[in-house]
Design a protein around this ligand. Sequence first.
Ligand code: JCF
Length: 697
Amino acid sequence: MATDPDLFSAITPEPQPSEVALALRAQLNHWAHQYYVLDEPTVPDAEYDRVFRELQALEAAHPDLVTPDSPTQRVIGAVMEGLAPVRHTVPMLSIHTETDTEATGAQAFDARVRRELGLADADPAIEYVAEPKFDGLAMSLRYENGRLVQAATRGDGEVGEDVTHNIRTIRQIPLTLPSGVPPLLEVRGEVYMRRADFDALNERQREQGGKTFVNPRNAAAGAVRQLDSNITAQRPLSFFAYGLGAITPPAEGGPVFRTHYEMLQTLKSWGFPVATQVQIAVDATELVAFHQQVGASRDALPYDIDGVVYKVNSLQLQRDLGFKTREPRWAVAHKYPAQEMATKIEGIDVQVGRTGKITPVARLAPVFVGGVTVTNATLHNLFEIRKKGVRVGDTVIVRRAGDVIPEVVGVMPGNRTGYVPNFQMPTACPVCGSAVVREKGEANHRCTGGLFCAAQRKEAILHFAARRAMDIEGLGDKLVDQLVDANVIRTLPDLYRLGLTSLIALERMAEKSAQNVLAALEKSKQTTLPRFLFGLGLRHVGEATAKDLAKHFGTLDAIMDASVEQLLEVNDVGPVVAQSLHTFFAQPHNREVVEQLRACGVTWPEGPVAERAPQILAGKTVVLTGTLPTLSREAAKDMLEAAGAKVAGSVSKKTSYVVAGAEAGSKLAKAEELGVPVLDEAGMLALLSGAGAGAGA
Ligand code: JCF
């Protein structure tokens, strides 16, 4: 039995099965309380599952040990004080997990379905629907006469919690449905948080010294179960619909939908977000192919999935198959490798980034997580280390999801033996020896060496050369290391002064590769203003801001000479960015770098400000919804913004116009409710050219 020895340190010498069961239950209940009630999990799900299975195995071997209150005997979902209980009219099912992640898992499911339906080998293949399994929390949305009246969590499947006030803040969830929907309709799906939203939320929390969340699912769960919906509204949530609960049949009776797939398409047409990766599959082979295909795209998805779900497509066959306790016989989940695992911290190093930020990095005992072996994980900053209580030697939870940098999200409690000193930040930069400081109100420590610090120089050059900046092919970290270490390059313009001789003098640099590097440098000189601006690597100036600045000012000189007030006029530029830009270009040495780069031949087309489209829609807010007949959403947004409009995501009293295309949903309804003028694409184009002066410009 693979039991954590620490768990039983008090039980010697040979623990009785009853004692083991007791300890396992105590451990599981403790973890479950932290997870469900406190919203603060301390162990990875995989660890919980392992101990849960161990208890299950023990109870199977000793049935007399099973108690009614054992975690194996119920689905845990403590109702938090303050949220009203909601009894589900149709129980919310969980889904059986096929633990076998090989092809046999899908085959076993298909074989089971066929056997239960009494089919022979010669009978035709069963049609399935395969879809991603989102890693969020299940939600039941109740609509009466097309209006959202109640939203409830799953809870134990029978009774959940009323979270209507919070769910109303989720923009992706329609509050009203188009006419003609069943008078009673319960839509079921998953509330989740997109990875980028999660990262931004944690970054914000970290900067403000607030509580960070261990993963998007935990952040979503915490947001949904707030008593104050103002807090929920600040935590960006999303939703995918995947099923139905109670539904009134249409007046003429009979089933509303024939298949699960048809039901999903209908939900989509009613304005619900439905997974894009949904596929009909006719046998186990196609199910496995789907599992592999989605698995390959898993890292690129903007949200976490923990597996895929296979469902029998025919709703009649689903009814024939029925349920086993709380799990349908017609569906199964096929999981992917866990994105959180436990491992030991062997040491803590620090790294110096482009802006001088000193990041503590945990050196780990190698662990397979999120599909790769991880040996390093970020600890973000000293505050995070203190808050999480991380020390060298601790067993920690490491998370790696998507192509996000692996991070230490928490410490497994009670595994420290003996005294370990707290980690301290170095007072001098490990790379250049300059003083390390932390500014007031900042969570991060920084090296004050600036471009004197080789680490910052290297990062600055790599950023400048990056694909989305100057796109200098072949200038990767190895070459930059060599160039900076050999002191061949001290500033960005030095790149364009590189000659064949100094390149060939580097180790492992053949003449052909040197020529390629020079050619790539030459090619990079023809660039665009946004790429150049982004490449300079100013704090707070990402790609989007660089584009906005270029669009607004037209020329680099106009940007360099802009006052803070003028910078603030740019879309999405706030006081912090404006001040940072102004300060940067006020430094003579920064202007010098720009001038030298230009002198080296770096150039881009400039558009004088006068040529900008007339600002017909200055001060107006426009919301786009639905699919326009000819313009993409991006193109429409660009045109509106070029005319001075602000393009917003949700409709309010302050919205000037809603531009609606096909399959417009709740935003259109909201506009009509508030009396906001609604335009189609033609109407929008007329508006853009309508004020006369700017026609055709
Ligand atoms: O995405 C999910 N987490 C998910 C959960 C998707 C489904 O289609 C489900 C589910 C739980 C139960 N279907 C059932 C029946």
